[in-house]
Design a protein around this ligand. Structure first.
Ligand code: SF4
Length: 99
């Protein structure tokens, strides 16, 4: 997990906000993470985040999710209510050997 900011998985899995009960992203947290995986290039990240946004479009709590994300302000990171929010962090590859 990256950073201190709340992510959708924290909000949903921990049921921090009961307005998100019934969220379509439950159990799919990695799909909604705006931080790229170590072996994921930009195209793969964009593809994954678009897939997450498509799930949001049919989510029964889309409006509530948008409200929760807005309430969190700049603190949110990840796909919330169909939008990638926050500034993703590239994995640190400085320690990788070879190339
Ligand atoms: S709108 Fe998207 S991010 Fe928000 S709860 Fe639903 S599936 Fe999850």
């Amino acid at each position: 997990m990256s950073g201190q900011w709340p992510k959708i998985r924290d909000a949903v899995v921990g049921l921090v906000d009961e307005r998100l009960e019934g969220a379509a992203c439950v159990g799919r947290a990695p799909l909604f993470d705006t931080d790229p995986a170590v072996d994921e290039d930009d195209d793969a990240t964009a593809y994954r985040l678009n897939a997450a946004a498509r799930i949001c479009r049919s989510c029964p709590v889309l409006s509530a999710c948008d409200a929760v994300a807005d309430e969190q302000g700049r603190g949110v990171l990840g796909v919330w209510a169909g939008r990638a929010r926050g500034t993703p962090r590239r994995p640190d590859r400085s320690a990788e050997v070879g190339g």
